[in-house]
Design a protein around this ligand. Structure first.
Ligand code: SF4
Length: 287
């Protein structure tokens, strides 16, 4: 592996509890994970007119070439120390080893958008598999970066679990037509990950502005993606969590609208494939 392939940009590494995902196949909700947060997001700083999701909770990770990243040295301390980007795979493995606790379930690759640095993700995954760190890998991705077939297969070999964020139109990430294309790409990504054997589910952040006809379309398409045992892929519906009062007033979802979203999704998806997701770590003030 050349030096270039063994280094990349991170934002944070820390230990915490996975707060999202609810109860659906592929979710690791409630499990202890080591989070490796990659820098850079194609939807935030791409050349295609994207402006990032209005609810992005990791704006620090949107920019690729940040000079610093932070990591937790003692698991559970919630104290992060600074280090310099870019960072090498050996250094990341050292940090991960220090964060292993008896309750560790899996290692989460999150962002930003991890697949903005696909070779770095694949090389780090491969290197981890070659160590004694035998924990499953979990990928959180927006699913909009198109990988070639061989990269997709490798990805699915390394990652046992995957959460693919389908962006609702109310995320404001793109105008209508480019947004439709993003969703189609995300659905293709989920289809491929399931086909290659990764336990994958879709997560959809919903707001007061979420339109039921979009839920109908997305749920109908998801209902066509099944595992080899016939189970339909899962959808985790996550009410938006916003901090600013202005955004909260505009986008926070009412119980009635949330119920309608569930009823609409259930027109196509079996109830075992539907779950509520909340950002439990935010309510518990965990990292
Ligand atoms: S895709 Fe994720 S990292 Fe990128 S802008 Fe949206 S929420 Fe933020």
């Amino acid at each position: 592996m050349s030096k270039k392939d063994s280094e990349g940009y991170l934002s944070e590494v820390f230990s915490s509890i996975q707060g999202e995902g609810g109860i659906v196949r592929g979710s690791c909700f409630g499990k202890r994970q080591i989070f490796v947060r990659f820098s850079g997001c194609n939807l935030a700083e791409g050349d295609s007119g994207y402006i990032g999701c209005i609810w992005c909770d990791s704006p620090c990770a949107q920019k690729l070439e940040s000079l610093k990243f932070k990591y937790e040295e003692n698991p559970g301390s919630q104290k992060l120390i600074n280090s310099n980007n870019h960072v090498g795979i050996e250094e990341i493995i050292r940090i991960i080893k220090n964060l292993i606790t008896p309750d560790l379930h899996s290692i989460s690759f999150t962002g930003g958008e991890p697949l903005y640095q696909p070779d770095f993700v694949l090389n780090l995954s491969k290197a981890l598999k070659g160590t004694r760190i035998k924990y499953p890998l979990y990928l959180e991705t927006n699913g909009t970066i198109i990988l070639d077939n061989s990269q997709m297969k490798q990805l699915a070999t390394y990652f046992k679990y995957c959460c693919c964020d389908i962006k609702d139109l109310s995320s404001k990430v793109a105008p209508l037509d480019p947004w439709k294309n993003l969703v189609i790409t995300e659905l293709d990504f989920i289809r491929n990950m399931v086909k290659y054997g990764t336990e994958t589910f879709a997560k959809l952040v919903v707001t007061s502005q979420t339109q039921l006809h979009n839920i109908r379309w997305i749920s109908k398409e998801l209902s066509k993606i099944t595992y080899s045992d016939g189970q339909v892929v899962g959808l985790a519906i996550q009410p938006v969590y916003l901090e600013s009062k202005e955004l909260k007033d505009k986008y926070s979802i009412s119980t009635a609208h949330l119920n309608n979203i569930f009823y609409t999704a259930a027109e196509f998806l079996p109830s075992e494939s539907l779950t509520l997701s909340i950002q439990a770590h935010k309510y518990l003030k965990l990292l």
